[in-house]
Design a protein around this ligand. Structure first.
Ligand SMILES: [Zn+2]
Length: 85
């Protein structure tokens, strides 16, 4: 299974086979393989790109509509995250 974002293989730890072996509900290894379609790092990065897009849209809206409180919240959340990196 390759990551749907970066297209590189996803290696599970524990592996899909190991997870399936421990699963008392009888889920297959394929179930676990299909469960993880992106790297967690990739999905975080994708969400951040989407946040940037959202901020851009909110900025554009603000040009015409004045201050948008929801937009401000998103901007401050993103700022905190950037500092953490
Ligand atoms: Zn990836």
């Amino acid at each position: 299974m390759n990551c749907t974002i970066c297209n590189k293989p996803i290696t599970l730890s524990p592996s899909a086979t190991e997870r399936a072996a421990k699963d008392v509900t009888g889920k297959s290894a394929a179930y676990y393989t299909n469960l993880f379609t992106t790297h967690s790092k990739c999905s975080v990065e994708k969400r951040e790109r989407e946040t940037v897009e959202l901020i851009r849209r909110k900025h554009a809206e603000r040009e015409g509509l004045g201050v948008d409180s929801f937009g401000s919240v998103v901007v401050s959340t993103f700022t905190i995250r950037q500092k953490d990196l």
